[in-house]
Design a binder for this molecule. Structure first.
Ligand code: WQD
Length: 341
C-alpha cells in the first residue's frame, strides 16, 4: 500500500518513513530539500534495506504538486510533514511561513480531492495551546492566540483540514507533537539543524561536541521548581511510531469521526536544567551553560495529557529522557565522524 510522506527527508519525516517501511508500507517521499539533504534517502535505505521512492517537489507550487500526484495515482494516504518550522524565523518572515505552510497544504488537499485519497495525517503542534490554563493539557483545551506566525500556520492548518473534511470524503487525524528530540538507534538519521540551532537539544549536543562555546539557558526566573522552563520532551521514534498507529487506525476505519486530534507527548514535563543533568549523566560530558534572560515568546511550562492517545489511539511513548539525550549525543558524535560542518 503506497503512502505519501511529504517532508520525508526531514527530522520527524525520515524517522516515520523508517517505521512505515518496517511495517510493510510502500513509501513515496515528496520533499523540496529546503531543510534536509538527499543523503537521508541513503541512510533510510541502510536502516531498512528499502529505498523510498523520492520526488523533489515544491508543494507550494500548484503545478508541481499536481504533476507529482499525477505521477503517483495510487497513493492511499498522505502523511503531511512538509513545512517551515523555525519559530524565530517565522516572526521575521511571516509571509514566507504563511505562503509555504498554508499554500502547500491547500495544494495537497486539492490533489487529495481530485484523486479521492481517503486519509490524511497532519503534523500539528502543542504550540496551538500557547500557555495552557491548566496542566497537563488535553485536546479539549482552548486554542490560544499563537505566539508566532509558525504556530499560527499550525492553528490555521487544523481549521482548513477540519473544514475540508466536513465537505469531502477525506478523514484526517491531527497529531499535536510536544517536543520531539533524540535520534534513531542506528545514529544514521537525526535532527540536522542548518546554522545555529534554536532548539535546546541540538544546541546542547553541539556545545558538548565543541561546535558551540556554551549553552544559553533562557531564563531561570519562571514559576517552576528550579526556575527554568518545562517542556514535554518525546523521543522522535515514539513520535514516528504514533504515525504508523494513526495510519492503521484510519485504514481500519476504526472511527466514524471525520477529524480526530491527539496529543503526542510523554505526559511528563522536564525543566531545562533537568535535561542538562540527564545529558551530562548519559554523555559523561560536563556542559558549559550560562543563565540568560527569558527568550521572548517562550511559554513557561507545558506537558501533555496523553490519555486520549493512550486509550483511543492505542499508542504510548516508551522511551525516557535518558534514552532521548543519549541518542541525541550518539547522533552528534556520528555527525562529527562524518566531518559534517
Ligand atoms: C525548549 C526549552 C527554551 C534553546 C519547539 C519547537 C516548536 C514546537 C514545540 C513542533 C525552552 C530552552 C532552548 C537554547 C534554552 N515543535 N532553550 N536554550 O521552544 O518548546 O518549541 O517544540 O512544532 O516548533 O521549536 O523548543 O527546544 O526551542 O526550547 O534554554 O539554546 O529550552 O527557552 O524553554 P520550544 P526549544
Amino acid at each position: 500500500m503506497k503512502i505519501l510522506v511529504t517532508g520525508g527527508t526531514g527530522f520527524i519525516g525520515s524517522h516515520t518513513v523508517v517505521e512505515l517501511q518496517q511495517k510493510g508500507f510502500e513509501v513515496v517521499i515528496a520533499d523540496n530539500l529546503s531543510n534536509s539533504s538527499l543523503d537521508v534517502l541513503d541512510k533510510i535505505t541502510k536502516i531498512t534495506g528499502i529505498r523510498p521512492i523520492f520526488s523533489k517537489t515544491d508543494l507550494s507550487i500548484q503545478d508541481e504538486t499536481r504533476t507529482f500526484f499525477s505521477k503517483f495515482p495510487d497513493i492511499h494516504a498522505v502523511i503531511h510533514f512538509a513545512a517551515y518550522k523555525a519559530v524565530g524565523e517565522s516572526v521575521d518572515l511571516p509571509l514566507k511561513y504563511y505562503r509555504n505552510n498554508l499554500v502547500s497544504l491547500m495544494n495537497i488537499l486539492q490533489c487529495i480531492k481530485e484523486h479521492a485519497i481517503p486519509y490524511l495525517v497532519f503534523s500539528s503542534s502543542c504550540t496551538v495551546y500557547g500557555q495552557p490554563d491548566s496542566l497537563p493539557v488535553d485536546e479539549s483545551a482552548p486554542i490560544k492566540k499563537a505566539l508566532s506566525p509558525y504556530g499560527n500556520t499550525k492553528q490555521i492548518a487544523e481549521e482548513i483540514i477540519t473544514d475540508f473534511c466536513e465537505v469531502t470524503k477525506m478523514k484526517a487525524v491531527l497529531l499535536r507533537y510536544f517536543n520531539p528530540i533524540g535520534a534513531h538507534e542506528s545514529s544514521l538519521i537525526g535532527e540536522l539543524p542548518i546554522g545555529i540551532p534554536s532548539n535546546l537539544i541540538p544546541f546542547i549536543t553541539q556545545t558538548a561536541i565543541g561546535k558551540r562555546e556554551f549553552l544559553n539557558v533562557w531564563g531561570n526566573d519562571y514559576d517552576t521548581p528550579d526556575g527554568t522552563a518545562i517542556r514535554d520532551y518525546i523521543h522522535v521514534v515514539d513520535i514516528a511510531k504514533a504515525h504508523v498507529t494513526t495510519l492503521e487506525r484510519l485504514l481500519n476505519e476504526s472511527s466514524n469521526k471525520k477529524t480526530e486530534v491527539f496529543n503526542l507527548g510523554t505526559g511528563v514535563g522536564y525543566s531545562v536544567l533537568q535535561v542538562i543533568q540527564s545529558f551530562e549523566k548519559m554523555s559523561g560530558v560536563k556542559l558549559d551553560y550560562r543563565i540568560k534572560p527569558r527568550r521572548p515568546g517562550d511559554v513557561e511550562k507545558v506537558w501533555a495529557d496523553t490519555q486520549l492517545a493512550n486509550q483511543v489511539l492505542g499508542w504510548k511513548a516508551e522511551k525516557d529522557l535518558d534514552e532521548m539525550t543519549l541518542s541525541a549525543w550518539n547522533w552528534e558524535k556520528h555527525l562529527k565522524s562524518l566531518g559534517t560542518l
